[in-house]
Design a protein around this ligand. Sequence first.
Ligand SMILES: Cc1cc2nc3c(=O)[nH]c(=O)nc-3n(C[C@H](O)[C@H](O)[C@H](O)COP(=O)(O)O)c2cc1C
Length: 174
Amino acid sequence: MDLIKAIRERRSIRKYKDKPVDDNAIEKIIDAARWAPNAGNYNSWRFIIITSSAQKKLLLNFCPGIDDMPAALIVICAKPKQKKLKEATRLMYMADCAIAAQNIVLTAYSLNIGSCIVVSFADKALREILEIPEDVQPYLMVTLGYPRETPEPPARLPISEITYRNSYGKEWVK
Ligand SMILES: Cc1cc2nc3c(=O)[nH]c(=O)nc-3n(C[C@H](O)[C@H](O)[C@H](O)COP(=O)(O)O)c2cc1C
């Protein structure tokens, strides 16, 4: 699949068919995630894949950002190298997880699997349910499943409004 086309046409999917996503497809998606750029090449990501119906149901009680039952959920965590995290370091791990999430949603799209990145979840409940150790931080979730909707592309600001040349506020002119 053409990369630019995938970037333009992928949409966040929030309604899913009641159809499982094959483990091989999930592994392809995680393989793409681990090839993402990452700070220091620490490979600090840890991915928890949730496919059990009981576990998904339980989790959804603590994820207001998820409307419909997905076939699977990926919780993207970081296991930092450092014991105590400065704010800048915490943001570095967040960036690693966000970039991995982008690889996840694009790879899912290339396999005709819908996805949505989710940040609204209750950290404490998630940690308890998934038995996440203290030194591991869950940053993002991604829902996965076969789409039951075809959303229209939401608006994006034009390039001229978000892009400057040489200094902030200086018009970008080709
Ligand atoms: C960091 C992040 C957090 C998000 N959290 C949620 C969420 O909690 N619930 C949700 O339905 N969508 C969530 N989204 C999806 C965005 O709403 C979606 O990407 C945006 O509306 C643009 O739509 P598109 O992905 O179809 O282009 C999130 C996306 C990102 C990148």
